[in-house]
Design a protein around this ligand. Structure first.
Ligand SMILES: [Zn+2]
Length: 326
């Protein structure tokens, strides 16, 4: 979501009043869903007021009503962030590789699914899985959480369609949703558990890696849950590209993406979270735990643990344990 969109100006204006009414701090996505119906009901001329608020006299606007000047600044910032990410990843991989410590370097891999992507580009988080991983040890620790569905009425149908096509976390028609209520936690609780899991690495701002195409989505969900911009989300595809370059040979980014998203273990039940295994085995390939595990297992398999790091791969740590889906 653009920081400068008319909807954002409207949200910021409404924030103090909504927070006073509910008596607590509201993360952006919750605020967005609180005020989205009010926004949709507004006339175009009322919306124009916010368009003027977020722009200066004489600014040209893009098709979303965001001043081109601000859009350009935003693009420059994104380009700078992408450059910072490239440099950081190259530095870390080269440094650890030349000191012989690449195999022991721990890094975090994250996957986040959502209930809903609202028109304004806000994501309502659904399931978050995180792994701490190093090539020598394999999976060191795992984190898993399901977030309570917090959905504005006007978006429920859309969220239901998305759920049925993917993770199946929302109760189906007629079901009361008790099963999911027992395990789901509030966004604030999930944010606190993530902080605990990362412990000192949270304050050190260690990056979390996810699929290249999902960086923005995960970044946005973490920001909305923690209310902070502390956690950086970086591209796992670029990380693996660099690791592959120093260990074997240079590969282009799309080849790196191809390796970590191969469908070999897509339907492997044993790598999904407990909830998906117990309730929705048909959607295990959309389970975020299944995703993070597949990514790291496929990296191990492709690099080869014995030649690259002199370690014998262990079941459940370097490759899947449990049965394959029938
Ligand atoms: Zn799951």
């Amino acid at each position: 979501m653009s920081k400068y969109s008319p909807f954002n100006c409207f949200m910021m204006e409404r924030k103090p009043e909504v927070e006073r009414r509910l008596g607590r701090y509201l993360p952006m996505w919750e605020l967005a869903s609180e005020v989205s119906e009010e926004w949709q009901a507004m006339s175009n001329s009322e919306k124009m007021r916010y368009q003027r608020l977020c722009s200066q006299q004489g600014d040209k606007l893009d098709s979303y009503g965001v001043p081109l000047r601000l859009r350009e600044e935003e693009n420059q910032m994104k380009k700078q962030e992408a450059r910072d990410m490239q440099h950081h990843i190259a530095d870390v991989v080269n440094k650890y590789h030349s000191s012989g410590g690449l195999g022991l370097l721990p890094f975090y891999v994250i996957s986040g699914s959502f209930y809903l992507r609202m028109d304004e580009g806000c994501y309502v988080p659904a399931e978050i899985s995180l792994l701490k991983f190093s090539f020598k040890t394999g999976i060191i620790r795992e984190f898993h959480a399901i977030v309570e569905p917090f959905l504005p009425v006007s978006y429920r149908w859309l969220a239901m369609k998305h759920s049925q096509a993917t993770h199946n976390l929302l109760p189906k028609d007629g079901a009361d949703g008790e099963k999911i209520k027992q395990v789901a936690r509030s966004p604030t609780q999930v944010a606190n558990r993530i902080k605990n899991f990362l412990s000192e690495d949270y304050d050190k701002c260690r990056p979390l890696y996810t699929l290249h195409s999902e960086v923005e989505q995960v970044q946005q969900m973490l920001h909305s849950m923690t209310g902070e911009d502390k956690l950086k989300v970086y591209s796992l595809d670029i990380l693996f590209q660099h690791i592959h370059s120093v260990l074997i040979r240079k590969i282009p980014l799309h080849v790196s993406t191809g390796v970590i998203t191969e469908s070999l273990w897509e339907y492997h039940v044993g790598i999904a979270c407990k909830w998906h295994i117990d309730n929705e085995q048909d959607s295990v390939r959309y389970c975020t735990m299944s995703c993070v595990k597949q990514w790291v297992f496929l990296m191990c398999r492709h690099i080869g643990m014995v030649p690259a790091f002199g370690v014998v791969p262990e079941e459940g740590k370097h490759y899947p344990s449990g049965r394959a889906s029938s």
